[in-house]
Design a protein around this ligand. Structure first.
Ligand SMILES: Cc1ncc(COP(=O)(O)O)c(C=O)c1O
Length: 386
C-alpha cells in the first residue's frame, strides 16, 4: 500500500507563517486589527457591505437567525442534506427546522417542494450550496419574496461559487461561511456572516461578543476609557486575530487554488468515465460556477459502505456528505421523522461517496484513487445486490 491519501488537506505557506508570527509578536491576539482587515477584505471579495467574523459557521448561522428575530414558535425551511450544524443552528435559535426534499442531480434543496413546507409560522429559508454547487437562487428568491421570508445561505462549501455570474455569497439576505480545517479557506476553526443590512450587522457584532455594546478592541483603541453595556443575551462566538491572520492569506490564494480545483474535477470526470456503469459523478449545471469544495459521486449498483471500507483498507480517505439529517436519532426522536419522507435525499444519502480532493493533489494520487475504486466496484458483483 502506498502512502495514505487523505480526503482533504489544507495549504499553508510562508505568508501565513509570517502573518501569524507578526500577530503573536504584536501582543494583539484577541479580536483586533487582523480580524478587522480580514472582515473588510472578505466583504470586498463578495461585494457585501458587512462581514462579521465568528469562531464558526455554526455560530454565524445561529446569530444570523437571532438577528432576524427568529425564535420559539417559528419555523425555518431547510434541507436534510447538509452537515447537522445547519439544522442544529435553527434549534439553537429556539425554532423548528422543517425539511424539504432535494434535487437528484445537485442534492440541493428542491425549490419545487419549498412552498409545500411554508406555514404561517415560517420565518426564513435556510439553504445550503452543497459541495459548492449553488442552489437555484432565482426560484428560491422569488418564493421568499412572495411569502415575505428571508433567505439565509449556508455557504460553508461555496465561497468561490457563482450563480448566473453573481457570487452566491452575495445572494442571501444573510450568508454564512466556514473556515474549518478542511474548507476551501481554512483557518482551523472560524466563520463569517455577511449581509447588507446595517441593523443585522450591528446585532451580530454584539451577539458574537456576549451582547456587549462594543467589543474590547473597539473600546480600547479610541484613546478614551469606555464602559461596555450589555444590551442583549449574547454568546462567546468571536473570531480572534491568529485565525484571521491565516484567513488573510488563504483569501488571497482562493482564486488561484480554485483553478486547480476545476482542473482536478475535470481529471476525475475523465478518469471515472470507464466506471460510469457503477459510479456517477455529479455534474455542475451550465449557469453556475461550482466552488468544488467536495468531489462526490453517486454509486449505482454497489453498496456504498462496503466501497468506503474498501477504499479505507487501501489507504484512501473517503467521506459521506451526508446521510440525511432527519434520520439522525435526535431528529427522529424529537420531531418524529421516519424513513420514506424525503425519498430523493434518502436515496442519495445511501449512495453518495466523496473522493479525496484538494488543489495540490497530484495526478498520480487521483489515478490511485480511481484504480482502487475501479477494483472495488468491478469486484463488487459478489455482494452487489445484498
Ligand atoms: C454545510 C455546512 N454547514 C455548516 C458547517 C459548520 O461549520 P463550522 O464547523 O465552521 O461551524 C459545516 C462544516 O462542516 C458544513 O459543511
Amino acid at each position: 500500500m502506498g502512502q495514505f491519501i487523505p480526503l482533504a488537506r489544507p495549504f499553508m505557506d510562508e505568508e501565513e507563517e509570517q502573518e501569524v508570527i507578526d500577530t503573536l509578536r504584536s501582543g494583539l491576539i484577541a479580536t483586533g486589527p487582523k480580524t478587522e482587515r480580514f472582515e473588510r477584505e472578505f466583504a470586498a471579495y463578495l461585494g457585501r457591505k458587512h462581514a462579521i467574523g465568528t469562531n464558526s459557521c455554526t455560530a454565524a448561522l445561529h446569530l444570523g437567525l437571532l438577528a432576524l428575530g427568529v425564535g420559539p414558535g417559528d419555523e425555518v425551511v431547510t434541507t436534510p442534506m447538509s452537515f447537522v450544524a445547519t439544522a442544529n443552528s435553527i434549534i439553537y435559535a429556539g425554532a423548528r427546522p422543517v425539511f424539504v426534499d432535494v434535487e437528484p442531480d445537485t442534492i440541493n434543496i428542491d425549490p419545487a417542494h419549498i412552498e409545500e413546507a411554508i406555514t404561517e409560522r415560517t420565518r426564513a429559508i435556510m439553504i445550503v450550496h452543497l459541495y459548492g454547487h449553488p442552489c437555484e437562487m432565482d426560484e428560491i428568491s422569488d418564493i421568499a419574496r412572495r411569502h415575505g421570508l428571508k433567505v439565509i445561505g449556508d455557504c460553508a462549501h461555496a465561497i468561490e461559487a457563482e450563480y448566473r455570474g453573481k457570487k452566491t455569497g452575495a445572494l442571501g439576505y444573510i450568508d454564512c461561511f466556514s473556515f474549518y480545517a478542511t474548507k476551501n479557506l481554512a483557518t482551523g476553526n472560524g466563520g463569517m456572516l455577511v449581509t447588507d443590512d446595517d441593523n443585522v450587522a450591528g446585532m451580530v457584532q454584539s451577539l458574537r461578543d456576549h451582547g456587549m455594546s462594543s467589543g474590547a478592541w473597539a473600546r480600547y483603541h479610541t484613546g478614551e476609557f469606555q464602559h461596555y453595556q450589555m444590551t442583549a443575551l449574547g454568546y462567546k462566538s468571536i473570531m480572534w486575530d491568529v485565525p484571521a491572520a491565516l484567513g488573510l492569506h488563504q483569501l488571497r490564494r482562493l482564486e488561484q487554488r480554485h483553478r486547480k480545483r476545476v482542473e482536478l474535477a475535470a481529471l476525475y470526470d475523465a478518469l471515472l468515465e470507464p466506471l460510469n456503469a457503477h459510479v456517477q459523478p455529479l455534474r455542475p449545471r451550465k449557469h453556475v460556477r461550482h466552488a468544488w469544495h467536495i468531489y462526490a459521486v453517486l454509486l449505482k449498483d454497489v453498496n456504498r459502505d462496503r466501497v468506503a471500507s474498501g477504499m479505507q483498507a487501501r489507504g484512501i480517505g473517503v467521506g459521506v456528505h451526508y446521510r440525511p439529517i432527519h434520520l439522525e436519532p435526535f431528529y427522529r426522536k424529537r420531531y418524529g421523522y421516519s424513513p420514506g419522507e424525503f425519498p430523493v435525499a434518502e436515496d442519495a444519502g445511501a449512495r453518495l461517496l466523496s473522493l479525496p480532493f484538494w488543489p495540490e493533489m497530484k495526478e498520480e494520487e487521483a489515478l490511485r484513487v480511481v484504480a482502487a475504486l475501479g477494483e472495488i466496484v468491478r469486484g463488487g458483483h459478489t455482494w452487489r445486490n445484498r
